[in-house]
Design a protein around this ligand. Structure first.
Ligand code: ADP
Ligand code: MG
Length: 268
C-alpha cells in the first residue's frame, strides 16, 4: 500500500506546463529521489504535495486522503513534514529549545487547546537530538552552528512532528560532498527506523545513486523514467536529457558539487 499516491498531476503557469501528467507513489520507509534538470518541475511537485500550490489537474493521496485543496497547515497536521521549515526565531534559541518548541507544536496539534510547557519535552527533545547526532550541541545557540549541523537540527524538528512523509527539496544545497553523503545517510537510517517515506531532490548523482531506493526523472514537466539506480543510469532518455544523446552517463564529472545547478540543460 502506498503512503503517497500522486496521480496525473499537472500544473500550468500561464502557458508553461511546469508539471505535465505526472504520476508516482511513495511507500512507507522508502526514499524516492525526484531528479531532473533545472526547471523540470521538481519544486512545483513538492509545492503541490505540501499544499502551497493547487494543481491544474490531478490528485495527491496520503494514506487514502486527498490532499489537493487542503491548506499547508492541515497537510502538515496529517503528517507531511518538510526539513526547511525553520522558524524566524530559530537563531535566537538554543538547539534544544528549538526541538522542544517543535514538540509543543505537535502536542497542540494532537490535543488541541492544551498548551504544554516546553520544559515538559526536554527528555524527548534530547532523544531526538541524539538520533541526529546533535546531543553535544544541545545548549548552543542555533546562530553559531555550522551549516550541516543546522540541517541536522532541522531534521530533529521535522521528526518532532512524527511525520509519515518527509519532503526534502534540495536538502543538501550548499553542502560539501562529505556533508551531503552524511545527511542523506542519516535520512536513510531515520526513514528506515521510523518507517517514514521520503521524497527528495538532490543534484549529486553520487548521493542519489547511493541513497535512493527508487528514482523518478522529470524533464520539462514530464516523467521520463523511473526505477532503481541501475535502471536510471542506463536509461537512454535520462542520458539524453542530462548529457546529450550518445554520451556516457558520468555523474562525477558532469555534476557540480558546490550546491549550484548541474550542467543539465539538454543539448540541441
Ligand atoms: P525545478 O525545481 O525542477 O528546477 P520548478 O518546479 O521550479 O523546476 O519550475 C518548473 C517550471 O515552472 C519552470 O519553467 C519555472 O520557470 C516554472 N515556474 C515555477 N514556478 C512558477 C511560478 N510561480 N510562476 C510561473 N512559473 C513558474
Ligand atoms: Mg527546484
Amino acid at each position: 500500500m502506498s503512503l503517497l499516491r500522486v496521480s496525473n498531476l499537472s500544473m500550468s503557469f500561464g502557458g508553461v506546463k511546469a508539471v505535465d501528467d505526472v504520476s508516482f507513489d511513495v511507500k512507507p520507509g522508502e526514499l524516492l529521489a525526484l531528479i531532473g534538470p533545472n526547471g523540470a518541475g521538481k519544486s512545483t511537485c513538492f509545492n503541490i504535495v505540501n499544499g502551497q500550490l493547487r494543481p491544474t489537474h490531478g490528485s495527491v493521496m496520503l494514506d487514502g486522503h486527498e490532499l489537493v485543496g487542503m491548506r499547508p497547515r492541515d497537510i502538515w497536521r496529517r503528517g507531511v513534514g518538510r526539513t526547511f521549515q525553520v522558524a524566524a526565531t530559530f537563531n535566537s534559541m538554543t538547539v534544544l529549545e528549538n526541538v522542544q518548541i517543535a514538540l509543543v507544536s505537535r502536542e497542540k496539534r494532537l490535543y488541541g487547546l492544551w498548551k504544554p510547557a516546553a520544559s515538559h519535552f526536554e527528555d524527548e527533545a534530547l532523544a531526538l537530538l541524539e538520533q541526529v547526532g546533535m546531543t553535544a550541541h544541545a545548549q548552543r545557540a542555533c546562530s553559531v552552528l555550522a551549516y550541516g549541523d543546522v540541517k541536522r537540527v532541522e531534521m530533529a524538528i521535522a521528526l518532532a512532528n512524527r511525520p509519515k512523509l518527509l519532503l526534502m527539496d534540495e536538502p543538501t544545497a550548499g553542502m560539501a560532498p562529505q556533508e551531503r553523503t552524511e545527511l542523506m545517510a542519516l535520512t536513510k537510517r531515520l526513514s528506515a527506523e521510523r518507517n517514514i517515506g521520503v521524497l527528495f531532490t538532490e543534484h549529486s548523482m553520487d548521493v542519489v545513486f547511493s541513497t535512493a531506493d527508487r528514482i523518478i526523472v522529470l524533464a520539462r514537466g514530464k516523467l521520463i523514467a523511473q526505477g532503481d539506480a541501475e535502471t536510471i543510469r542506463n536509461d537512454a532518455n535520462v542520458q539524453a536529457v542530462y548529457f546529450g544523446t550518445g554520451k556516457t552517463f558520468q555523474p562525477r564529472a558532469a555534476l557540480s558539487h558546490d550546491g549550484g545547478e548541474p550542467h543539465t540543460e539538454p543539448r540541441t
